[in-house]
Design a protein around this ligand. Structure first.
Ligand code: 9MG
Length: 281
């Protein structure tokens, strides 16, 4: 029997969650800014829920390579009214994609469920804000900063370097009083990584499981797919689904995606295959 099938039942696919991306930035790379309008964003949330999303990830800062900084005021204005509206209208988990302590504090006040921080709580004041709450946090690895991160990324051993980074961040969180079990880890596909680094991370994603925490993978429509397939952003659905399924097979518990319905379908197929193998035992 091929090794991949043998290992399938060891992972509990029934718990895999789909996180839907909702960028509310004027320059969002994947939606061309079309959801910066409040009503359209709410409609998009409704659609995502109908399609089976588990978590909505709302972001007001673009983190694509070369993106400019955004002010605290602009980010709060983009994200918080939407968070309030979503929480008052729908029964759905919401994560807020931010690296700013003030945005985190507001998000906690208005009942966000997760803080998704691509800077892993390294910005000033973030650890303290999170320590005063009981919110879950996704710590993502990034080498450098969005403005310059794709200029010659370098690692001694990418998997080992990222694991060491996570060990340090987990320890720092614990020292500040943040329980380890509130943390989710994400190696950060495309954030200071070459195409080769990204595919190594995907192939060896299960190595991050040794840290004993839930893992998040964000590969949707990223340039690691476009570069390999020579496809523009809007032509990356097959690549996104394939990479998402590989990540789930490698132990990702949360998949951050643009294409909800298609990803939910793909994960259903994976679950059916795993269930068959389980029943046959
Ligand atoms: C905000 N954002 C963009 N890409 C991301 C990724 O891969 N992971 C996480 N956690 N956030 C991301």
């Amino acid at each position: 029997m091929p090794q991949q099938l043998e290992t399938l039942p060891c992972i509990d696919f029934s718990k895999v969650k789909v996180m839907g991306i909702l960028n509310v930035t004027p320059d969002s790379f994947s939606d061309g800014g079309k959801f910066s309008c409040f009503d359209k964003a709410l409609k998009q949330v409704e659609l995502m829920i109908d399609q089976g999303v588990d978590i909505i990830d709302i972001g007001g800062e673009s983190t694509r390579p070369g993106a400019a900084d955004v002010s605290e005021y602009d980010e709060i204005t983009r994200v918080i009214p939407l968070l309030k509206a979503v929480k008052s209208r729908f029964d759905i988990a919401v994560s807020i994609d931010t690296s700013k302590a003030a945005v985190m504090a507001e998000a906690i006040t208005y009942n966000a469920d997760i803080i998704n921080d691509v800077r892993a709580l390294q910005n000033e004041g973030c650890l303290a804000v999170i320590a005063q709450s009981d919110i879950s946090v996704c710590l993502m690895h990034m080498q450098g900063l969005p403005r310059s991160m794709q200029t010659k990324p370098h690692y001694n051993d990418i998997i080992e370097d990222i694991i060491n980074f996570f060990i340090e961040r987990i320890k720092t969180c614990q020292k500040k009083g943040i329980d380890k079990h509130r943390l989710i880890l994400d190696p950060g596909f495309g954030f200071g990584k070459t195409v080769a680094h990204n595919y190594q991370m995907l192939a060896e994603f299960n190595k991050f499981k040794q840290l004993g925490l839930p893992l998040l993978a964000g590969v949707s429509r990223k340039s690691m797919l476009g570069d390999l397939l020579n496809r523009d952003v809007e032509q990356r659905l097959s690549g996104s689904l394939t990479a998402a399924i590989v990540a789930v097979q490698q132990g990702a518990g949360i998949i951050r995606v643009h294409d909800i319905a298609e990803t939910v379908d793909a994960i259903k197929i994976l679950k059916a295959v795993a269930q068959y193998s389980e029943d046959k035992k």
